[in-house]
Design a protein around this ligand. Sequence first.
Ligand SMILES: Cc1ncc(COP(=O)(O)O)c(C=O)c1O
Length: 399
Amino acid sequence: MSSHAFSTEGLTYCPFMPVFGAPQVMFERGLGTELWDTDGKRYLDFLCGIAVTSLGHANPAVADAVCRQANTLLHVSNFFSNPVATEAAVKLVALLGEATGSEGQVFFCNSGAEANEAALKLARKFGGRGRHGVVSAYGSFHGRTLAALAATGQPTKHEPFHPMPDGFRHVPFNDLSALEAAIDPTIAAVLLEPVQGEGGVVPADPQYLRDVRALCDERGLLLMLDEVQTGFARTGTWFGFQHAGVVPDVVTLAKAMGNGFPVGAVWAKREVASVFQPGDHGSTYSGTAIATAAVVAVIDEMRRLDAPALARARGVELTAALRELPGVVEVRGQGLLLAVELQAGLDAKAVYLAALEAGLVTNAVSATALRLAPPLTVSSQEIVEAVTILRHVLEELTK
Ligand SMILES: Cc1ncc(COP(=O)(O)O)c(C=O)c1O
């Protein structure tokens, strides 16, 4: 039985399936970078629900759009359309058009895993019978549904669920020769994250991404990039692949795209997207009005604020401040998707717990590294406050 805190309400056991560890805090309210728990204690949120609430909690533009839409039209099914889904699709296609110079089409879904599922099906349809394989990287994370899990390069996560769907191969990240060696006539696509988020905030070498692009062109493979964590300005460009100057064939998105409203999407170049025919894929909630209202608001607000520039500017400040901390041996990542590698003997979980107790939300992304992903709207003053909390925690723990 899990030990989630829960209001008894007549129940004598925890009502949640025990797939998550026991939560440390019950959060009740948020505003911008701040969160408050049910005891009224204030925290600075330097995790953003793992790179989700990139425009901050209770963002007025997103909240208004969602509330207005809830009072207008929530959902109509895909037998019909609605103006807000069309608007969101046009805006998303424009955003990716600017980043890739390509015409594309989108399919809306509800999460990152679903976006990757759609991409994986697209790859299979594109490759054709006998050419359905996908190569991804060790250390990657693509989601928890079965195919997305099979693509995820973490064998320990597969272990309880064998047999995995077939057609998935994994190779070391940032290793072109290993990728080249894994490609045979059964492979249809390569799926990579521009920065491995769950894998410890490990950026792809820009030259590696360019070489992978060239290899995919040479072998007629799709380059599919999972931008679920890196997309929507998090790394200082609208999409992570822009750092390398590569143009992917397929891009998967979720997380920050709804600023907390559950929504995802797969984008593909038109010639790739067109392999899908009516009936090949779908979802009751694809393009539902309430979710796409959040997407429109997020894109408009991020453009208005120039979110990539914010991520770059605050990212430089945060990186520089973190490098000065005791017990920190490396700060890696891009923009505001950062990890702090701790010196030997420091346990990232202990640092995370002590920081949380002191009012700073982060996450131990590995045994030795702490992940920081504050809202792109974080202020310089909030960065100073957060780093001061971390300094005290690290001073205490390195004593
Ligand atoms: C790169 C990446 N892909 C896919 C996913 C899965 O997204 P979701 O949890 O919305 O299914 C995640 C979640 O952390 C992710 O970081």
